[in-house]
Design a protein around this ligand. Structure first.
Ligand SMILES: [Zn+2]
Length: 221
């Protein structure tokens, strides 16, 4: 989360798509593309997107509350942008205030998910779409953002229920997009290049979290 504006996220998707399609056409002219590669490229044609249903969530058990569409950009991931990262955030405020600011078009930022102290999960942006959460366009395009309601300076923000629920969510996301369960791919906002944010902070127990993610990832949780 943060206070940064999303100007770096100006919509350049059309340009990039055109580029991809141009490249694909050129490649097809010179060499036969593998069948699965063609299958992937098909989704990159403008106007061809996976079907969506209003209120649908990507994670079973999550409650849907829509963020303002000023705080994310429509995309068709993982077909237009590959997803290979989960970014962990802390809201620096209550759960309710985080939901409120993500609904505020003036905020200019929002994450896909918010995990509450009791383990309740709210999804506000589809994983298909690019959420403005990392303050870095490349990282936004390739990642899913998960907020944790609380404060970086308060160890008491991070409850057992929160760690466990968040770890199950992250494990599920990683399984879906084939993301390795390691700290290269599951990172804190503080680790995003160019950021001035410190979340999730020193009280966030990475060893514990990664243990829980791996446990959930192997189906043992
Ligand atoms: Zn953050």
């Amino acid at each position: 989360m943060g206070t940064r504006k999303a100007s770096k996220d100006a919509d350049r998707r059309i340009g990039r798509r055109a580029l991809l399609i141009g490249g694909a056409a050129a490649a097809a002219g010179t060499a036969a593309l593998a069948r699965d590669e063609l299958g992937r490229l098909w989704w990159r044609v403008p106007g061809v997107e996976k079907p969506r249903k209003e209120g649908e969530v990507d994670y079973t058990g999550a409650r849907w509350v829509a963020a303002s569409d000023a705080n994310w950009r429509r995309a068709d991931r993982p077909d237009d942008y590959g997803i290979d990262m989960v970014v962990i955030h802390v809201t620096q405020g209550s759960f309710d205030s985080a939901v409120k600011v993500f609904q505020d078009p003036e905020h200019g930022a929002a994450s896909h998910y918010i995990v509450r102290k009791d383990g309740h999960i709210t999804q506000m942006i589809r994983e298909l779409d690019v959420a403005y959460h990392a303050g870095n366009r490349d990282y936004n395009e390739r990642s899913i953002g998960i907020e944790h309601a609380g404060f970086v300076e308060r160890a008491s923000s991070f409850t057992d229920e929160m760690y466990e629920a968040s770890a199950r969510l992250t494990a599920r996301i990683c399984a879906r997009y084939d993301i390795p369960l390691d700290r290269e791919h599951i990172i804190g906002h503080v680790e995003v290049p160019g950021t001035d944010h410190t979340d999730p902070g020193t009280h966030w127990d990475w060893d514990r979290y990664m243990r829980l993610v791996r446990k959930a990832g192997t189906g043992a949780a």
